[in-house]
Write a protein that binds this ligand. Structure first.
Ligand code: HEC
Length: 143
């Protein structure tokens, strides 16, 4: 292969891969919507569901599936889609550590990025798929 052909080809390949890498995930200017399965579920799985599922019912809250999380409860809904400030699921994350209702009870706070993520997810409408993608597994049942 001679240089006259090779260099332009190399430049073309480089520019091609750069523009692919920089392509936004969504065509709109706003951030792409969070995904329950990839963004939110890991947080609930790691910090919440071990205490909040069928077998360990704390605070009358079950977070292992869409159906249980949105089930009618005596204390009212825990997630109000579009309204994180009034959703107990978010409110308990921003309580001062000394507050007995701050979640999770040990540590009293999850990383701020994860709190922001829960807030944004509720603001975006709290989409929670049914079926395996929306199933949050307590880690105790995996052991
Ligand atoms: C170690 C166990 C444990 C963990 C982990 C835990 N919780 Fe709780 N949670 C409780 C208990 C116990 C209560 C009941 C407290 C009360 O009634 O004062 C509660 C209550 C709540 C309530 C109020 C429920 C209601 O009926 O209104 C919410 C909301 C909540 N938890 C959310 C969470 C979230 C979100 C996480 C994860 C960041 C989490 N919890 C992690 C034990 C836990």
């Amino acid at each position: 292969m001679n240089k006259g052909f090779f260099l332009p080809l190399l430049a073309w390949l480089t520019i091609g891969s750069l523009s692919t890498a920089c392509k936004p995930a969504s065509t709109s200017a706003t951030l792409p919507k969070l995904s329950f399965t990839t963004d939110v579920r890991p947080v609930l799985e790691k910090h919440c569901v071990n205490c909040h599922h069928d077998g360990a019912l704390m605070g009358d809250l079950k977070l292992q599936s869409r159906a249980t999380a949105f089930a009618t409860r005596a204390k009212g809904p825990v997630i109000l889609p579009g309204d994180p400030e009034n959703s107990p699921l978010f409110k308990v994350l921003v309580l001062p550590g000394a507050d007995p209702k701050a979640m999770p009870p040990e540590g009293h706070q999850i990383p701020v990025e994860q709190i922001a993520l829960i807030k944004r997810w509720i603001l975006e409408g709290a989409d929670w798929p049914e079926g395996p993608e929306g199933t949050v597994k307590p880690s105790q049942s995996l052991q």
